[in-house]
Design a binder for this molecule. Sequence first.
Ligand SMILES: [Zn+2]
Length: 186
Amino acid sequence: MESNATFKGLIILGAKKWFAENKSPEEFETFVKAFPENEREYWTKAKVMPISKIPASMYVNLYKIICTMWSDELFQKIGGAVALNDLGTILRIFIKIGTPSFTAKSFPNSYKQYFNVGEFKTISMTSNSAEFELIGAEPYGQAGCSGILGWSRMALEYAGAKQLTIDHSECLNRGKKHCVFKYAWE
Ligand SMILES: [Zn+2]
């Protein structure tokens, strides 16, 4: 299926860094070999820029491969590492970290820094909760939802959210009508 959906090189760069710090070179090699040949060069050649636009199909492959070799939990962990990497550096001018609710307000904009298709839309916001709907992000599938879960958890914890709970039981990828993300913290 042809799709013009892309994701930013930021994710590849963050994942690469995470692998360098957490997995052996042998494991990384096995991981890279699991990709179709035309996608392996994104990992092996240093031509990926933070703003590079990479086809969404590779993001979906990244998710599938990590889930096969490890788990969805690990994919979310890498999403968190990407957030930690970017919030203090390249995205600092786009995404201001303040209180958790101040930070949550920037989530729709944060989403756009990584994905060109779909919208992370604010439904409601209080000083200790926030609710969003992910719309039109089908090309990213479960990979989109899991990446958002890991990234947003880290961003809110980085902003000082305590007792953070995230509810994503309403998910298109689990047969529900919408993708809803509900956050609550103290
Ligand atoms: Zn979902």
